[in-house]
Design a binder for this molecule. Structure first.
Ligand code: AMP
Length: 181
């Protein structure tokens, strides 16, 4: 299966994606995790990306798109993948269409995790990540609304809506049910 998971910051995308990738036996590809790994290893991508993550802004498209193109070309992604945190803009979605066309594969669905955005801020503050301060969270929310939420229209014909406000296990059951698993 080739899936995308989208939702506002704090929707629980990473947690759900981790569980789902285990169940489906496909790699969980999180651009946030890839950037954080690059930052902690001090790679050129990491050095460039750090200031954007620290501010809650999007890393420039060329860097992000090239990183994803490379990751999707790795052997484990041939059997399927679950993309988390990418695409995050219509520009990135169009680039993804090109990458998938080059690989000769399609997309099976776009999971949209729907949450009450006010309610999830507390969840994020509790997570304790470096970019989970209140100002940065607020900026990530703004970026989501401006850049990422238009994806819901872009992918309207393959959106699979999931209510993300329940317990982790219940949300996971809902996702599996909607995927027919
Ligand atoms: P996440 O782990 O998905 O919450 O992403 C954390 C941060 O990584 C974001 O606030 C951005 O700075 C950066 N990032 C992750 N994915 C992308 C992307 N697709 N495009 C640009 N920046 C991204």
């Amino acid at each position: 299966m080739r899936l995308i998971i989208v939702g506002p910051p704090g929707a629980g995308k990473g947690t759900q994606a981790e569980l789902l990738s285990e169940t489906l036996g496909i790699p969980h590809i999180s651009t946030g995790d890839l950037f954080r790994a690059n930052i902690s290893q001090g790679t050129p991508i990491g050095l460039e990306a750090k200031k954007y993550l620290d501010a809650g802004d999007l890393v420039p498209p060329e860097i992000t798109i090239n990183m994803v193109r490379e990751r999707l070309g790795e052997p484990d992604a041939a059997k399927g993948f679950l993309l988390d945190g990418f695409p995050r803009s219509v520009e990135q979605a169009e680039a993804l269409t090109g990458i998938l066309a080059d690989l000769g594969v399609g997309l099976d669905g776009v999971l949209s995790i729907v949450v009450d955005e006010d309610a999830v801020v507390g969840r994020m503050l509790a997570r304790g990540r470096a970019d989970d301060t209140e100002d940065v969270i607020r900026n990530r929310m703004r970026v989501y609304t401006a850049e990422t939420s238009p994806l819901l229209d872009h992918y309207a014909d393959r959106i699979i809506e999931v209510d993300g406000m329940g317990e982790v296990a219940a949300v996971q059951q809902q996702i599996l049910g909607k995927l027919g698993r």
